[in-house]
Write a protein that binds this ligand. Structure first.
Ligand SMILES: C[S@@+](CC[C@H](N)C(=O)[O-])C[C@H]1O[C@@H](n2cnc3c(N)ncnc32)[C@H](O)[C@@H]1O
Length: 225
C-alpha cells in the first residue's frame, strides 16, 4: 500500500496544477464522475457530511452546491491541496489524517472519499475510521479508479502507464507522481473485491457501480443501525 510521506509530498508538489491536470487527463470526465457521485449523495439529504481526502475540494464544492442545508467538512492531510479548496469556496476545511480523524464517534450522517482511499497507507484502517465517525445508519460513498474489463483493458493500461505520465509531466512538471498513479490503480481493489473489503470493515449493503466503461467506480455502503 502507498507510503504516506511520499503521497503527501507528491500532492503538495502538484497542488497548484492538480485541477487542470485532472480535467486534461480525463478529457473533462472527472467533472461528470464527481457530479454523478454528488447526485447519489444528495438523494439521501445528508445533514452533516465529511469529505475525506478532499484535496482541492471539487467534490465538496459540488455537494455544497447540491445540498445547501448540509454542513460539509472537507479534510485532507495535505495543507497545500486543502488551501486550494478553501480559496475555491469550501466553507469548512481541516487538515487531518484519514487514519486518525479528530472527530468523536458518530459525528456525521454521511462520508465521502473521491480518489483518496487508493492513496492511503492502510485501506482497512481507513475504512474502519470512516465507519467510526459515521452514526449508525450513516452512509459512505467512495469514488475511485478501476480497470475496465474486456477489450478496453489493454488500451486503457497503455494510456495509463505510457501516455498519461508524459502528458501529466508536461502539465505539472512532476512526472513521477503520475507514474505512481498507474501502479496505485493496478493494486487497488475494485468491484466485488471492494464490496468484500467494505463488508469486512463493518459496513452493510455494499454496492458498486462502474462508470465510463469501468474506468472509475462508485461504491456505497452503510454503517449498521
Ligand atoms: C487524488 S487526490 C483526490 C482529491 C479530491 N478528493 C478529488 O476528488 O480531486 C487524493 C488526496 O488524498 C489525500 N490523502 C491521501 N492519503 C491521505 C490520508 N491518509 N489522510 C488524508 N488525506 C489523504 C491527498 O493529500 C490528496 O489530496
Amino acid at each position: 500500500m502507498p507510503d504516506a510521506v511520499y503521497v503527501r509530498d507528491a500532492f503538495a508538489r502538484i497542488a497548484d496544477r492538480y485541477v487542470l491536470a485532472n480535467h486534461v487527463l480525463s478529457l473533462g470526465a472527472d467533472v461528470l464522475w464527481r457530479k454523478s457521485m454528488a447526485a447519489r449523495v444528495s438523494d439521501k439529504r445528508p445533514r452533516r457530511l465529511i469529505d475525506i481526502a478532499s484535496g482541492t475540494g471539487d467534490l465538496a464544492l459540488e455537494i455544497q452546491r447540491r445540498c445547501p442545508d448540509c454542513e460539509v467538512v472537507a479534510t485532507d492531510f495535505c495543507s497545500e491541496m486543502l488551501d486550494h479548496a478553501a480559496k475555491r469556496g469550501v466553507r469548512r476545511t481541516l487538515v487531518a489524517d484519514a487514519l486518525d480523524l479528530p472527530f468523536a464517534d458518530a459525528s456525521f450522517d454521511a462520508a465521502t472519499v473521491a480518489f483518496g482511499l487508493r492513496n492511503m497507507a492502510d485501506y482497512p484502517s481507513a475504512l474502519r475510521e470512516m465507519r467510526r465517525v459515521l452514526e449508525p445508519g450513516g452512509h459512505l460513498w467512495i469514488l475511485d479508479f478501476s480497470l475496465p474489463e474486456g477489450i478496453l483493458r489493454a488500451p486503457y493500461r497503455f494510456y495509463l502507464h505510457r501516455v498519461l505520465p508524459r502528458i501529466a509531466g508536461i502539465l505539472t512538471g512532476q512526472r513521477d507522481a503520475y507514474e505512481y498513479l498507474g501502479g496505485s490503480i493496478e493494486s487497488f481493489p475494485s468491484g466485488k473485491a471492494m464490496e468484500r473489503l467494505l463488508a469486512s470493515c463493518g459496513f452493510e449493503q455494499p454496492s458498486s457501480t462502474a462508470l465510463t466503461f469501468g474506468v472509475v467506480s462508485v461504491y456505497q455502503a452503510m454503517r449498521p443501525r
